[in-house]
Design a protein around this ligand. Sequence first.
Ligand code: SF4
Length: 224
Amino acid sequence: MGARVSAPSGMLQVGRVAERCEVLGPGRRAVVWVAGCPLRCRECVVPELLDPAAGEPVAVAELSERLLALPQLDGVTFSGGEPFAQAEALLELTRRLRARRPQLSLMSYSGYPLSWLRKHGTPAQLALLDRLDVLVDGPYLPERHAPLRWRGSSNQCIRLLSDRHAELAQAADEPAGIELELDTGGRFAWAGVPPRRGWRHELERRLAEQGVLLEAAATPEEAR
Ligand code: SF4
């Protein structure tokens, strides 16, 4: 399926990790933004993560230990970039996480629709689907932009792949908001679903006027 990111075996090409996030999936989560995406959605707000060489290679074993050491973690979300372009490495990561923390919730984004993945997915991609509790699927279509829970355009769906979050089927489809992070070095990062088209560029322009730089691998999901 599509182009795959070819990080060495046992490595994941990572753009950014947020150790605590409450706007990209249920509960308190870590978010791993992988680098590399074979899709080219118009108005993608993470162009810095389209290149498979963006970010840096991280050993899956090391990343797993880092995530497992986080206190009060309900789950982990994979975003990007295209997580399913690195399915082998994410499969290994999910295996390690679940082996030590079976109750951990696992969620991923994909620009590919679930039906397409089920029909054309590689064995690793299909096995990754089997490990996930939640998938948000489909490309970002700017003409269908909408402020929805965890996703940016109305073609995208929240797929419940296990019964771990069955309550979501009845939950109101409301935006989860945006999280902002500013460090002492003047670097600024954000996570969440932009409330409107062009939001990121407007934010970057306003921050630049104040001398603040947006961290490169900022967010997914106006995105998807
Ligand atoms: S919006 Fe997501 S799926 Fe689409 S090109 Fe950007 S990273 Fe890839």
